[in-house]
Design a protein around this ligand. Structure first.
Ligand SMILES: Cc1cc2nc3c(=O)[nH]c(=O)nc-3n(C[C@H](O)[C@H](O)[C@H](O)COP(=O)(O)OP(=O)(O)OC[C@H]3O[C@@H](n4cnc5c(N)ncnc54)[C@H](O)[C@@H]3O)c2cc1C
Length: 353
């Protein structure tokens, strides 16, 4: 029997960040993840920014989240002697004079001042349509999710702490202070299964909604944009005039299949922004683990206090995961209460009798 402190099920961004943070604290962690190419974490562009750009408001608790994010990225890059993080200028396209005025007004607010450059940027790119120019958002960037996940997985495999399989809930024996899964014993288990939480008998009462999103990668010869551009789509430069364009939001489809409709929607929006004919290189689809009240899902099972969940990262998995992972660790290790806004106790009325 192999003995660990924690088993983590699911190695998307949630499981990766949590496992990395636990290992930094000296914990022995075993990860079980069924390989799939189309998970939310593997298809997401991996951008972050501190604002909600529709309304020019700060993201939820953003001031608490940026330091843990930067600390995590620094520690990860140091630990693996690699580079996964690229700070980027984010330019929000204005659609009217009214939006410019709102930008100016909001950039004077205390909470937004650190993130907003009050001056307008006139459009320097002749192939971009932006007559009213842009507003620049500071503290934005991009993280190579695929590299993050694959490097970490390789390390876990090399240390004999990784299993590529679908977790079989019936093969787990729950004891008072430990759990046994096949030949692995651990004190605690944490489920980080993204939208597949709906199959988990310990947590499927939680109201995970799942919102489908699609993206395309395109070649836009001669565009030469280096900023992250945000209009009614996001244009992420990947180098050599290749760009990731996304994303759609679909609350009805619950599958991970690419659709002609989403591709056309993205191309139509791209045409409004860029004057160059795109060559589509690829298309991706995934399901975001979204929650009814737009807050994450953290906590322990009501009947088994050594079984935990870390989920509901929604549209901002990158920004939120390091901050929330640290909070969950404090809860599991020291009993420090979770923020009631993310604690799954808020859904106690949904627990089946
Ligand atoms: C189109 C799109 C664009 C996005 N863009 C961004 C962005 O730019 N920035 C950002 O921060 N966020 C973005 N998001 C959101 C972000 O991708 C999610 O918040 C995040 O990936 C959720 O990560 P997760 O680890 O919870 O879930 P997942 O990524 O779904 O990972 C779960 C993992 O667990 C495994 N698994 C599940 N159940 C089991 C089981 N029972 N046994 C074994 N393995 C299991 C799965 O195979 C998977 O590997 C985007 C999402 C979409 C769909």
């Amino acid at each position: 029997m192999k003995v660990f402190d924690y088993i983590i099920v699911g190695q998307g961004i949630a499981g990766t960040v949590l496992a990395f943070q636990l290992r930094l604290k000296g914990k022995r962690v075993f990860v079980i993840d069924k390989h799939r190419d189309d998970t939310s974490s593997k298809i997401a562009p991996g951008t972050y920014n501190p604002m909600v750009l529709k309304r020019f408001t700060p993201c939820w608790k953003v001031e608490d989240q940026l330091t843990p994010l930067y600390d995590f990225l620094d520690a990860f890059e140091t630990s693996f002697n690699t580079s996964i993080h690229v700070p980027l200028k984010l330019w929000r396209k204005f659609t009217s004079i009214q939006e410019q005025n709102l930008w100016l007004e909001k950039s004077d607010h205390d909470r937004l001042m650190p993130f907003m450059n009050p001056s307008f940027i006139s459009n320097p790119h002749e192939d971009l349509n932006a007559d009213f120019g842009f507003g620049e958002v500071k503290k934005s960037g991009w993280v190579d999710f695929l590299k993050l996940i694959s490097i970490f997985k390789k390390r876990l495999i090399s240390e004999g702490c990784f299993l590529d399989e679908e977790f079989d809930y019936n093969s787990m024996t729950i004891k008072q202070r430990s759990l046994i899964y096949k030949s692995i014993s651990a004190q605690k288990i944490i489920f980080c299964e993204g939208h597949r939480l709906t199959n988990n008998p310990f947590f499927n009462y939680l109201p995970l909604m799942r919102t489908k999103g699609e993206l395309i990668t395109v070649k836009l010869d001669g565009l030469n944009v280096e900023e992250l551009i945000k209009s009614n789509i996001t244009l992420l430069p990947l180098g050599n005039d290749v760009y990731k364009v996304g994303a759609t939001f679909n609350w009805n489809d619950k599958n991970e299949l690419c659709s002609v409709k989403a591709r056309q929607e993205l191309l139509d929006k791209l045409k409004e922004l860029v004057n160059i004919n795109p060559v589509v290189i690829n298309q991706y689809a995934g399901l975001r683990p979204t929650v009814k009240d737009r807050r994450a899902l953290l906590g322990s099972n009501p009947n088994h206090e050594n079984i935990f969940v870390f989920n509901g990262l929604g549209t901002r998995g990158l920004l939120m995961s390091p901050y929330l992972a640290l909070q969950l660790i404090e809860f599991m290790e020291k009993g420090v209460p979770l923020d009631p806004e993310v604690d799954i106790k808020r859904y106690k009325n949904e627990i089946p009798c």
